[in-house]
Design a protein around this ligand. Structure first.
Ligand code: SF4
Length: 216
């Protein structure tokens, strides 16, 4: 692919997202089950390196035992680990959940904060988690949540050549209009699952094949 100007890349990125908006109209931005900002924050923390379906299986029990920051802050890491042991990295996740709840109580009056800077100050919370919480719980988009689907597709679409999610996010923010930031993760997760799979992309039936530089 010849070198592309920023303007051309911006135009192509927005055309790609226009196509996806037709295929995946945004009704519910977060695909995880949650009922408030706290349960969303914890669910997204648990979703690292695992599927939403696996998270949704453990969270009903988790939140019935520890429904709020106060109860989770007082929980033992061993008990939380046992409850979420079907998830990858469950011990680290359990430890971060308890530490996160403790910090919510100590520094934020038991509320989930609504700024990027405050969210990423919580144990186990990076920009991906913070972006999803801001977007879905507070209806604010300060960036784009780069998970495994967004990372892979952004690189296939040659919108970024970066090898770290935070750098891919910065590249995307330069070429995607801020009015679209809130829908990017949702659309690309659904598109990645249905068409642009990591191992077997379904390019022959892909709705954006004409705009994709990685198309065969
Ligand atoms: S053409 Fe293939 S590689 Fe490109 S976006 Fe579609 S499925 Fe992914």
């Amino acid at each position: 692919m010849p070198r592309e100007s920023r303007a051309a890349k911006t135009q192509r990125a927005n055309a790609l997202l226009d196509c996806l908006a037709q295929v995946y109209p945004v009704e519910e931005k977060c695909l995880l089950q949650y009922h408030d900002a706290f349960s969303l924050l914890i669910s997204v923390m648990l979703s690292a390196q695992t599927t939403d379906a696996a998270v949704d299986k453990v969270t009903p029990v988790l939140f019935s035992r520890w429904p709020d920051p106060a109860s989770l802050a007082a929980a033992s890491v061993a008990e939380v680990s046992e409850t979420i042991h079907s998830l990858g990295f469950y011990h680290t996740k359990a430890k971060n959940c308890v530490l996160c709840a403790q910090k919510l109580l100590a520094d934020f009056g038991g509320d989930v904060p609504d700024t990027m800077a405050e969210l990423i100050s919580l144990p186990g919370v990076g920009r991906k988690t913070a972006n999803i919480v801001l977007n879905c719980a507070f209806n604010r988009a300060e960036g784009i949540a780069v998970d495994t689907h967004v990372f892979r597709i952004a690189r296939r679409w040659r919108l970024s050549a970066a090898t770290e999610p935070t750098k891919v996010e910065q590249d995307l923010l330069k070429v995607i209009d801020s009015s679209r930031w809130s829908m990017v993760n949702h659309s690309l997760v659904l598109f990645g699952r249905e068409y642009c799979d990591a191992r077997n992309p379904r390019c022959a039936s892909c709705p954006v094949v004409d705009l994709c530089p990685a198309a065969p």
